[in-house]
Design a protein around this ligand. Sequence first.
Ligand SMILES: *Cc1c(COP(=O)(O)O)cnc(C)c1O
Length: 496
Amino acid sequence: MLYTSTRDKRVRVSSAEAITHGISADGGLFVPETIPQLSADDLARLASLDYKGRAKEILSLYLTDFSQKEIDDCVEGAYADGKFSSPKTAPLHKLADGSHVLELWRGPTCAFKDMALQLLPHLLTVSAGKAAGGKQIVILVATSGDTGKAALEGFRDVPNTQIMVFYPSDGVSPMQKLQMTTQEGANVAVCAIKGNFDDAQTGVKKIFTDPAVAQKLAQKNKMFSSANSINWGRLVPQIVYYVSAYCDLLADGEISNGDAINVVVPTGNFGNILAAYYAKEMGVPIRRLICASNRNKVLTDFIETGVYDRRREFYCTSSPSMDILISSNLERLLFLLCGMDDAQTKTWMRELSEQGVYDVGSDMHKRIADVFFGGYCDEDATKALIRTVYEQEGYLCDTHTAVAVQVYRDYAAATGDRTPSVIASTASPYKFSKTVLAAVAPDVCAADEFGMVDALLEKTGFPCPKQLLELKDKTVRFTQCCTRETMEDAVLRAML
Ligand SMILES: *Cc1c(COP(=O)(O)O)cnc(C)c1O
């Protein structure tokens, strides 16, 4: 299987090259030229395997230039026993309304990013061995909070790699910030940036594609790669858990083989929901993809109108990992839905960067609206949902998951659609203790982040991941803050 660029179809590279380079030289994103298919029999067979077994089979359909042994070793390393706090890796929890919460936050950093970022360093090391000509890999990450920590943890002390993370100084939760600034490892660097996530992402993209910077790295026998969800190596592990969730529903007798499900995803950069779209295109019977946004509802409006318009106010919300106005992975969906028309995709992306808006036209809009439903949830409704679910059934949702559950309930009420639904749960509630505590115990005050964690634990008894409790005693290693203009300097200083 070969990969092409969303902005130039003449590009044809192996998966190792796509993963090593992260982004195509023309600025486009790599996508597989064809989508492998799973039959109902395949799904039944996968249902009899464990998570690792399912991951190995699905990865081998996409990474055809990897040997089976390479794939097996990557998967065994990423999802080794004990790394995730559930033997199922990504377990389902059934809510009283009949929906199934897919807990994607059981990994080392307590956010769904671990599902991909525990695997990516393994995939990248193998890929670089095939495609980097012996160069050392330098990873640059722009994070809205969770990617940064998950990438740091995934890459720490991985031989032949260095990693630098930029996060918006006022755009992450105290817990997220502490997770990053206390990161251990000899090959890691962390820097705050004055601005929001889009500033950080735009700055990283600029450095990443600057030939002068690339040359400086090359002189030291280094090259950039990306751990952001623009990297195909981030997306392919995410396809696995949607297939796996379907298999678990089958294995648990919740559905029969062939039954359709809906998938609900709290969305920011459009990576997670795009992985669900790939699962659907592979043949997993998914009827609707429900795209849940917070107040930054650029995607809700896009799905409703076909016009993507980022020229709007940016809000800092209690679900900061979704505070995004430029959803990078949407480019891949557009490319697929317009019949892989690279020129058209490139035009829309140019309009977005030059005018801040593009209109996909009525045909494309119809294709999008046939598959996707978009909804959003404001701050009050997010809190109210957390409280209701806790009070009614003792289950604690984080703020991002709450947005998704609320949008699912709105969707079900508006449409009457009773299709069994899987709701992606993307973080442990203890990563966002302030809002979660205020929702379930508005009268309790706590002095600091860890006071809130303790209060939440005491009030609810819901298990708190020990790696979050342990942060209290860690030393802060990184205090640097830069601007968009000084990001490049910071990279060169830390990485050369
Ligand atoms: C990254 C993240 C999201 C958004 O995922 P995308 O793939 O960017 O759409 C949602 N919730 C949490 C907790 C996240 O960390």
